[in-house]
Design a protein around this ligand. Structure first.
Ligand SMILES: [Zn+2]
Length: 172
């Protein structure tokens, strides 16, 4: 089933604005991932596969922060593609104001350009896009013990929410 249908059964147990905003935005661009329940490697609670646009969970009852984390990966992937398309296909003078605002914000906030130190020994920082996914995920569940100080999660979650809002404005 796709993410929208999956959330209909899940929403009764947990409501999270980021999960719902991620899903609604993915649906708007017709990129709602398929959700599959399947065995994953031990200790892997969820997985997003960009090549097939699939969210994999080992249970139909994933933890809320895992759901927030993986849907953030799914949307982050699509938002990067749209950023590249807007920035490369259209010359600046042909971009709408909304596209310009999104492109400019994306350049400032893109994970590849994070100024935070990346640490090969720390899963939180081995891949810059994990900063966002863990930020949104850890923010979904108060006091969840994460891999970084709480203000890092809050900052990453807020940056992603801003980008998502600016992205939505380009879709009108
Ligand atoms: Zn991740």
């Amino acid at each position: 089933m796709d993410l929208i249908d999956f959330l209909k059964s899940y929403a009764g147990r947990f409501y999270n604005n980021d999960v719902n905003e991620n899903a609604a935005t993915l649906q708007k661009i017709e990129a709602a991932p398929q959700v599959q329940i399947k065995n994953l490697e031990p200790n892997v609670l969820g997985q997003y596969k960009g090549s097939t646009n699939t969210l994999n969970f080992p249970t139909n009852n994933p933890k809320p922060n895992t759901l927030a984390h993986e849907t953030t990966h799914a949307l982050d992937d699509q938002m990067r593609d749209f950023y590249l398309m807007y920035a490369s296909i259209f010359p600046r003078e042909q971009q709408t104001l909304e596209q310009k605002n999104y492109i400019d914000a994306y350049k400032k906030l893109r994970p590849e350009d994070t100024k935070l130190p990346l640490d090969k020994e720390d899963v939180y920082r081995t891949n810059a896009s994990e900063l966002r996914a863990f930020g949104v995920g850890n923010n979904a569940v108060p006091y969840n013990t994460g891999y970084a100080l709480p203000h890092v999660d809050a900052t990453m979650a807020q940056e992603f929410a801003i980008l998502r809002a600016l992205f939505n404005k380009t879709l009108k």
